[in-house]
Design a protein. Sequence first.
Length: 236
Amino acid sequence: MLEIKNYTKIYKGGKRAVDHLNLTIEDGDIYGFIGHNGAGKTTTIKAVAGILDFNEGEILINGKSIQTQPLECKQEMAYIPDNPDIYEYMTGIKYLNFIADIYGVGKKEREERIKKYGDLFEITQNLGDMISSYSHGMKQKLVLISALIHEPRLLILDEPFVGLDPKASLTLKNLMREMCREGCSIFFSTHVLEVAQKLCNKIAIIKNGKLVVCGDMDTVLGDSSLEDVFMEVSES
Ligand SMILES: Nc1ncnc2c1ncn2[C@@H]1O[C@H](COP(=O)(O)OP(=O)(O)OP(=O)(O)O)[C@@H](O)[C@H]1O
């Protein structure tokens, strides 16, 4: 579903943020991406989402290049950034319809999905309100619903659990599991290692821009916890 080949990003000024990273996310994978602050997670995720150019390598979504076929790639995926920075002077429902229009989602489907996800995240009754009146968590729920409105096959999330209350976090985890059971793929970054260990079937650790560990969670962990493995890798 997602292939990252030799991905290298050097920012203006010469900072080599990610260095020849290779990773494959298959259908049905929930792939966790962990690393210390500044390791290169967001730099990788933004390139996969098609909003950051890069110096070397190739990123393929279902065989299509994010650089040469960005629209085709974006039809198949959704990206949820770590900060829900959205239009403030619009109602929630107007925003969702705006996103549904961009993706060409039909009237019946969008209504069903807005109802389903709005109820799941307990925000249906607030959709008529201006986004400027929303809390951080409510904005995040709105962004999540907007990302799911075109039923993406690949979900890319940057720190998705930050700012969500415990119930919304559980709802999101259950949704992620359900999507992957149906053959979708998820690639997400997190600092919450307990969540990653429980939720993901695969895990990648990035350190100073280089991938140092990746693969099946069970194989990577052996008898250790993810926290132990992470600490060992960080200190080596
Ligand atoms: N626009 C930029 N210009 C120059 N350097 C940048 C830029 N954005 C990020 N960097 C640098 O690239 C490196 C990787 O940053 P990145 O944001 O990808 O890390 P991260 O793993 O997502 O960190 P965190 O866990 O803190 O969110 C860091 O050293 C950072 O300072």
